[in-house]
Design a protein around this ligand. Structure first.
Ligand code: MG
Length: 167
């Protein structure tokens, strides 16, 4: 996949922003594997990559990526107005809009995405632990939820597809 000819500008930029913020498609695919290996032991990282790429091709997902990362970057630069600047920069757990924005991604493949998202948000495996480590001064208040939500949506997509091909 990742054939640039079939990808519109919005998708290309969304993928580029994720990369710039240290998130590779493979990192998200590993989260999908983490969510699904218990239920689908045969599932490979390749399968997970395929599902993540499908999720990234959705416009509402690209919009959430672009909006969330933009806010993280502006907070990092201290360019937001108060009280938003401090709230986002310190990743205030009572803020909640980062999680709400992530729901627009989780919704794409139906309600089992909610369960996956809640679970992975609590466990914070792999790249999510890295994004939540604030020691380097980076702000990933929106990005961690977006990445978890993409993984949750990709896991839901896979579960739906498997359910459809099995008798
Ligand atoms: Mg967050």
């Amino acid at each position: 996949m990742e054939n640039k000819k079939n990808m519109d500008v919005s998708e290309q930029i969304a993928r580029q922003r994720l990369k710039e913020r240290g998130v590779e498609v493979e990192d998200i695919a590993k989260l999908v594997l983490y969510l699904q290996e218990k239920y689908f032991p045969e599932m490979t990282l390749e399968d997970c990559m395929e599902s993540v790429n499908a999720v990234l091709s959705k416009r509402e997902v690209q919009n959430a990526i672009l909006t969330g990362i933009q806010l993280d970057v502006l907070a990092e630069k201290g360019m937001l107005d108060e009280p938003l600047q401090s709230t986002i920069a310190v990743d205030d757990s009572l803020y909640g809009i980062d999680e709400i924005m992530a729901l627009s991604i989780v919704n794409v493949y139906g309600s089992i995405g909610f369960t996956n998202y809640g679970y992975i948000d609590k466990q914070k495996p792999g790249i999510l632990a890295k994004l939540n480590n604030h020691s380097d001064g980076s702000c990933n208040t929106f990005l961690d939820d977006i990445v978890g939500a993409i993984a949750a949506a990709a896991a839901s997509r896979h579960a739906h597809r498997v359910a459809r091909v099995q008798p």
